[in-house]
Design a protein around this ligand. Structure first.
Ligand code: SAM
Length: 254
């Protein structure tokens, strides 16, 4: 079972986000467990302070090392063994699907959420194994970013999704975006659904899906394809799509 602890000013934000749907069910199934460690509970003064002014002045406040130390010690005791410590920060490495897979292979993870201007650098240097960002923008706290990483990771645990194939055929699984999806409602006519999906020809359906996924990736995220090893057939699919930008098309590997 994957054990996840979260050290944060407001760990209940993380818990709430993960109570529903796939992550909530996976927890009920015993695929993962979690424990929050609220920083204010580990403050050492009567006012339960967790932050202090930045050295040499400047705006905002910085999370102090002492409550973080005590919270990490408590998290380690809960895990029972060493966990990988992941600090959520906009200056970290961007979260990717392959990173989520790496986290899903761990047994013990501790996420640390910053607040205010962030965390004392000395504490980061001494305790943090990985720094992860969920994108090039700044949120007010690391709780939601931690929930995002945990969700991306937990849904990859074997048995978490209704059908484990769902994680195989989805965006980024093979460096492409997903193909368009259509719902077959019991009482609907199917009007507007591409004819390739309606005739039961599995080879034609497979071909349509590969082509749509490739063209969607090309239109929306050409950066994903620049270093991809495209087959001749895939290259032809792109060449035949007239709306594509020739200059970028020429940068594809053949
Ligand atoms: N002073 C920091 C900076 O400029 O990089 C921003 C601090 S932010 C207001 C407070 C906390 O929110 C951060 O310590 C981090 O834990 C979290 N956070 C904000 N944006 C994030 C992002 N894009 N990815 C991961 N964590 C983020």
């Amino acid at each position: 079972m994957l054990s996840i602890s979260v050290i944060a000013a407001f760990p209940e934000l993380v818990e709430h986000a993960l109570t529903f749907g796939v992550t909530g069910r996976a927890r009920e199934q015993g695929l993962w467990r979690w424990q929050g460690f609220p920083l204010h509970d580990f403050a050492t003064d009567a006012r339960r302070s967790i932050d202090a002014r930045p050295a040499a002045g400047g705006p905002g406040m910085v999370l102090m090392p002492a409550p973080l130390d005590a919270a990490l010690e408590a998290a380690r005791a809960w895990h029972g063994e060493k966990s990988q410590v992941v600090f959520m920060s906009p200056d970290g490495a961007p979260l990717t699907q392959s990173r989520a897979h790496e986290f899903a292979c761990c047994e013990h993870l501790t996420f640390v959420a910053g607040r205010y201007e962030g965390i004392d650098q000395r504490w980061i240097d001494q305790n943090v194994d990985a720094i992860v960002s969920i994108g090039d923008y700044v949120l007010s706290g690391g709780e939601l970013p931690a929930a995002v990483v945990i969700d991306a990771c937990v849904r990859l645990l074997p048995g978490a999704l209704g059908d484990d194939d769902s994680a195989t055929f989805e965006s980024f699984a093979d460096g492409r975006l997903d193909w368009p999806q259509y719902a077959i409602a019991p009482s609907a006519t199917g009007e507007g659904i591409p004819p390739e999906l309606a005739n039961g020809d599995h080879a034609a359906i497979e071909h349509w899906r590969r082509r749509e996924a490739l063209l969607r990736t090309w239109k929306r995220r050409p950066d994903l394809l620049i270093n991809a090893n495209l087959t001749l057939e895939e290259r032809a699919m792109i060449d035949s799509a007239s709306t594509l930008d020739n200059a970028v098309k020429n940068r594809l590997k053949s």
